[in-house]
Structures are given as structure tokens and as C-alpha cells.
Design a protein around this ligand. Structure first.
Ligand SMILES: [Mn+2]
Length: 185
């Protein structure tokens, strides 16, 4: 699972400073949370931490930060992207898939820099630019392994002339394989 987000969403009820359950889904998917949620899709956790790669992270709570480290979650934060570039980041994040890999992408629109995507509930400055986000989506498409997608947090009431929604559609088209030129496979 590729988790594109400004936030790690790896809080638990014990760690969270805000109490917001929308900051907990990755922890719950990895088995840390109430059984009613952990086993929502069947017995046992849906994923292990080793199945998760996070991209674009730049807001992590103090207890959550420790827990991310303890669980060995693979996080490509904005500092990593700044230093290594989006191409290298995605090469690392997409490494190790095989023919049996079901790649799920969770795209929280607050992944994007608020300068280009203001229409979200919790903006965090310093996210990927338009070109970085396009490259991220295109490199996922190039793997041919994308099998499912969720798109989160787009809020039309906070958007500016629908630009965030239009941008999300543009990026999802790239994720589904739309490209400028015919590309060699
Ligand atoms: Mn988020």
C-alpha cells in the first residue's frame, strides 16, 4: 500500500493528542486499534507495517513519531523528497513488487502542497509541487500494478473555484495511465 499524505495517520487511542479517528487508519490496518476496526475486513490485521510505504509525510505527532519508528514503517517524508528527488523516492517506494502484488494507493489530497490544493480540511505547507505529484502518479502507473485506489479529504466547501477537485482528477488520470506521449513499455 502506498500512502500519499501529509500525515502518517499512525496514531492510536493512547497516543493521539486530538482524539481524531481519521489520524489512526494506518495503525488500525496494521493491527493497532480496537478489534471492531482492526478486524473489519476479516480476522486479523489487514496489513503488516512492512506492506506500507508512505510518501510526502510532513506532520507527525510526538507519540506517533515514536510509534512509526518502533514499528519500522517505511516513510519517505518531505525531507527525503527534497534531498533525493521524487524520481529516486518513487523508485525506492515501488521496489520489490512482483506479479502477485496488489498495489493499493491511498491518496489524501492534503499530500499536495496547499498552494496548488487548498480544498482540504487540514492543509500542511511544504508538500509536493504539481510536477512532483505528476511524476509520482506516472511512476505508479508505469508499474502496471495499481489495483485499487481511495481518494480522501477533498472538501469542495474549502476549495477555490474547484481547482483542487480539477487537480485531483488530473492526477488520477495520470495514475490510471494518461501520458503526454506514447511510452515504451
Ligand atoms: Mn492527511
Amino acid at each position: 500500500m502506498l500512502w500519499l499524505d501529509a500525515h502518517a495517520d499512525f496514531n492510536t487511542a493512547a497516543l493521539t493528542p486530538s482524539g481524531n479517528i481519521h489520524g489512526m487508519p494506518v495503525a488500525i490496518l496494521c493491527g493497532h486499534g480496537p478489534a471492531e476496526l482492526v478486524e473489519l475486513g476479516g480476522p486479523g490485521p489487514a496489513l503488516s507495517a512492512a506492506d506500507v510505504r508512505q510518501i510526502g509525510i510532513r506532520s507527525v505527532d510526538p507519540g506517533e513519531k515514536r510509534f512509526v519508528h518502533e514499528q519500522g514503517l517505511e516513510v519517505f517524508d518531505m525531507r527525503y523528497i527534497d534531498e533525493m528527488g521524487m524520481r529516486h523516492t518513487m523508485e525506492q517506494a515501488l521496489a520489490g513488487m512482483d506479479d502477485n502484488t496488489h498495489l493499493h494507493v491511498s491518496f489524501d489530497v492534503d499530500f499536495l502542497d496547499p498552494e496548488i490544493a487548498p480544498g482540504v480540511g487540514t492543509t500542511v505547507p511544504g508538500g509536493p509541487t504539481y510536477r512532483e505529484a505528476q511524476l509520482c502518479m506516472e511512476m505508479i502507473a508505469d508499474t502496471g500494478r495499481l489495483a485499487s485506489l481511495d481518494v480522501m479529504e477533498l472538501n469542495p466547501a474549502l476549495d477555490v473555484r474547484n481547482r483542487t477537485a480539477l487537480l485531483a482528477v488530473d492526477l488520477i488520470e495520470s495514475l490510471f495511465g494518461k501520458s503526454t506521449l506514447m511510452r515504451q513499455g
